[in-house]
Design a protein around this ligand. Structure first.
Ligand code: NAD
Length: 697
């Protein structure tokens, strides 16, 4: 019953109402009913002069119960509850420890005062699932701290520490002792103070605002992701707090919330939210499997990847030994790490203290024997099988029993590497993406013999290091790069068929990619792809000719598919490249045709979906939603789509299959034919979401 989720007790003349709905005090119907009932009880009690509303050490409240989304409402709704708290004739004090997120924060805003412990965190993260705060957050927060200061928390959804919340004026007092006891003392001190602070009736902070500063802050925040609707809606609703009454502002908040909640963007972002949680559940790995303890991580190879991996791990709180046999490379690697931290610090990504802490965690060594102390090793040396085998033989000899031995290889067979050790159960791939300190994707590669607790350890460490871990199986390119190769071939085919680089890139950007695929190639360096193809005996006529005939390597030589002005990164289309493409196309017997932007987008996206289906069929990825995470967090796939597989569901798998058949005919390219699983789902009229549900069951 309701009162089992919320309790009340008396501490002298103060009533203490506590939410007890583990793990994070989600505001389920029973919780709302419990708060309501106890609030009224305390208000009726003549001996009670003030009320403290508290949660647990972990969470005051983590907000709405997402599983209630879309179900019939249970009374009281959150808004009437918050209005009731605010209207109370006795002071109500929120005692916040841990998280006050979403509806939890909004309840605290309905209280007359807020007292917080030092580890409290406040956030309105609704924007991250494509909606806006829906229980007064957009109207009460501006009335508490002003509209301009309210923008960042509402538009980004990022959490605010207790210290910052105090500076901003969200919290009345940060206390170091027992938070509930301190809140009771605070309640007693303010018990007779009148009038009570009712934000809905206090317009002082939302009148005569410096509009120039407000608009400048809004523009700054919105430049992060222009394609998404929810952040823009956040700004519009906060802006309304300045021109509308509280009641009208609330009506706009409610209408906007409902409109966004029903939209594709919110559906996509909710899908990704649940996908991240689902990705941690692995077939054949019992739920209760515990990670192995990890404190020290050795990273071998202080190059591009090793440095970035070391940073992620140090930022995540691990001690890191960075090992490179080349003393100069080690020195360069350590210097680059420090430079990157300082640059992030100057942009506000880290505080001075955080950078100092991370840097003191990283030590360098030129001796592989220094892996002996490590609980986990991540190898990131050159991509050469013989070298990796030699290193893993060393690791087998030198590492302590139970250490997790991971390789960051992007293309080599993890099972072959594991086989040189006497402990293949401890070996796996941990495939980070460049730049590894920034990119969130981590493909954890499960070898044939990898032990369940090793996989769980890699997921735990990955999350702690700020990554989105997704477990995949062994195959060439794993999931992300394998799909990327398919897309790369389509880009090449489109050029041969008559589309120019600037048209392809323009269409890709209009769809929502941050950069077009050819501009990305120029940025990554055309020589890199060229040497990989050479090593594999592969041919791709256009980029091969750009490197061989024109000696271009992309941005670093200020010429690739495009030209680049000195010091600039803006790609300038180049007639010489257009002529080269047309010449090669004609040599290969193509006659150029008009290609629409729609075809370009479909041929960039649908083959990815097709290869994703094949990967699922082979069991290399467990779920379609895992593939979505990979493409969103590792390959800049537009967030609003929810990932390629979710996007396929939205437009209909049958439609995707039909278009692929069509393009296979038009271009004579058999790689475009629907793969068996795609054809099967299309034939059944089912979706990738249905496929995922089937796998779970
Ligand atoms: P890199 O050339 O920048 O760095 C490799 C480092 O390893 C060098 O500093 C080298 O001195 C060191 N090294 C070589 N042999 C060693 C040994 N025996 N002992 C200790 N150190 C040794 O290479 P990178 O781009 O960082 O790639 C490293 C690995 O990560 C490769 O397996 C690569 O396939 C993989 N990877 C690279 C990327 C990328 O985008 N660069 C992305 C994902 C994975």
């Amino acid at each position: 019953m309701s009162d089992t989720k919320v309790t009340i007790r008396r501490d002298g003349d103060v009533a203490v109402i506590a939410i007890e709905n583990p793990p994070v005090n989600a505001l389920s119907g029973a919780v709302r009913q419990g708060i309501w009932a106890h609030l009224n009880e305390a208000l009726d009690d003549v001996a009670c002069r003030a009320i403290v509303l508290s949660g647990s050490a972990r969470a005051f409240s983590g907000g709405a119960d997402l599983t209630e989304f879309g179900k019939p409402p249970v009374e009281p709704g959150l808004n009437p509850l918050i209005d009731g708290i605010e209207a109370a004739e006795k002071p109500v004090i929120a005692a916040v420890e841990g998280l006050a997120y979403g509806g939890g924060f909004e309840i605290a805003l309905g209280c007359h005062y807020r007292v917080a412990g030092p580890l409290a965190q406040f956030a309105l993260p609704e924007v991250k699932i494509g909606v806006i705060p829906g229980a007064g957050g957009t109207q009460r927060l501006p009335r508490l701290i002003g509209p301009t200061a309210s923008l960042a928390p509402i538009v980004t959804g990022d959490p605010i520490s207790a210290h910052d919340a105090h500076e901003l004026g969200i919290v009345d007092e940060v206390v170091t002792g027992d938070v509930v006891e301190e809140a009771v003392a605070f309640a007693r001190a303010v018990a007779d103070r009148r009038p009570l602070n009712r934000l809905s009736q206090d317009d002082r902070r939302v009148r005569d605002v410096d509009m120039e500063a407000f608009e400048a802050e809004a523009t700054r925040l919105l430049s992060r992701n222009r394609k998404l609707r929810a952040p823009q809606a956040c700004v519009e609703v906060v802006r309304a707090s300045m021109s509308k009454s509280f009641a009208d502002g609330m009506a706009l908040e409610r209408d906007t919330f409902h409109e966004l909640r029903e939209g594709d963007e919110s559906r996509a972002l909710r899908h990704l939210f649940f996908a991240e949680r689902a990705a941690l559940k692995l077939p054949g790995v019992p739920k209760e499997t515990q990670p192995r303890p990890v404190e020290r991580i050795a990273v071998i190879g202080a190059g591009t990847m090793g440095g970035g991996i070391a940073m992620s791990m140090a930022t995540g709180g691990y001690d890191v030994t960075l090992i490179d046999r080349d003393a100069d490379a080690l020195k360069r690697g350590l210097e680059t790490i420090e430079k990157n931290y300082r640059r992030s610090q100057s942009r506000g990504g880290f505080t001075e203290a955080e950078v100092e802490d991370a840097l003191t965690r990283i030590s360098g060594s030129t001796e592989i024997a220094d892996v002996a102390e490590a609980d986990m090793v991540i190898e990131a040396v050159f991509e050469k099988m013989e070298l990796k085998k030699a290193i893993f033989a060393d690791l087998d000899r030198l590492c302590k029993a139970g250490a997790v031995l991971a390789t960051n290889t992007s293309s080599l067979d993890v099972d072959e590497i594991a086989a040189v050790t006497g402990r293949p159960q401890d070996v796996m791939g941990m495939h980070f993406f460049s730049p590894a300190n920034i990119m969130k994707l981590l493909e954890n590669v499960r070898g044939e013999k990898t032990a369940p607790d090793v996989l769980v350890t890699a997921n735990t460490v990955g999350k702690q290091g700020g990554k989105v871990p997704v477990t995949v199986g062994v195959c060439n390119g794993f999931v992300g790069n394998r799909m990327g190769a398919v897309r790369g071939r389509q880009v090449h085919a489109l050029m041969l068929e008559g589309a120019m680089p600037q048209q392809i890139d323009r269409a890709a950007k209009a769809f929502g990619f941050a950069m077009g695929p050819l501009a990305v190639n120029d940025l990554a360096g055309l020589d890199i792809g060229y040497s990989v193809r050479q090593a594999r005996g592969e041919v791709m006529e256009i980029p091969d000719a750009i490197v061989e005939e024109l000696g271009r390597k992309g941005q670093k030589t200020r010429a690739g598919y495009y030209l680049y002005e000195e010091g600039a990164r803006t790609p300038v289309p180049d007639p010489e490249i257009e002529a080269l493409i047309r010449r090669i196309a004609s040599e290969k017997g193509y006659s150029p045709r008009e290609i629409s932007d729609e075809e370009i987008v479909e041929r960039l996206v649908f083959p990815l979906i097709n290869e994703g289906a094949q990967i699922l069929d082979e069991g290399i990825a467990t779920r379609a939603s895992d593939i979505d995470l990979i493409y969103i967090h590792g390959f800049g796939f537009p967030l609003w789509t929810g990932g390629p597989m979710h996007y396929a569901d939205r437009i209909g798998v049958a439609q995707v299959a039909e278009r692929l058949e069509h393009y296979a005919e038009v271009s004579g390219n058999d790689e475009l034919r629907p793969k068996p699983l795609l054809a099967k789902l299309a034939g059944e009229g089912t979706s990738f979401a249905d496929f995922d549900r089937g796998r779970r069951g």
